[in-house]
Design a protein around this ligand. Structure first.
Ligand SMILES: [Zn+2]
Ligand SMILES: [Zn+2]
Length: 99
């Protein structure tokens, strides 16, 4: 039985991801978009905008087990999605936190 993607992540994934995001100052490393920081007030943003401004961490080699620093990069949702749609074609934005 194939394992769920979330089970391929280390327990400290959120710490690793946070570290990457902080190191790039919450900016997308592809397009430079300033994304939402943890202390930003997002209560007035629409859900779709909040999604667009959410910084995610991407695995360059598409292997969630490989959490070496050089394999990780911070991307906004649109840029992250473009990497995955080019490769798989069936990833929804909601799934991106898993990739
Ligand atoms: Zn971007
Ligand atoms: Zn990714």
């Amino acid at each position: 039985m194939p394992r769920k993607p979330s089970e391929r992540y280390p327990l400290n994934w959120s710490d690793i991801a946070l570290d990457i995001k902080q190191s790039v100052n919450w900016r997308c490393s592809k397009c430079g978009l300033q994304c939402i920081r943890p202390d930003d007030d997002t209560s007035k943003l629409e859900r779709s905008l909040r999604m667009a401004l959410t910084l995610t961490v991407h695995h360059r080699n598409f292997l969630p087990e490989d959490n070496r620093r050089e394999n990780l990069c911070a991307l906004c949702t649109a840029c992250h999605l473009s990497f995955h749609t080019r490769r798989r074609g069936n990833v929804s934005p909601g799934q991106l936190s898993l990739f």
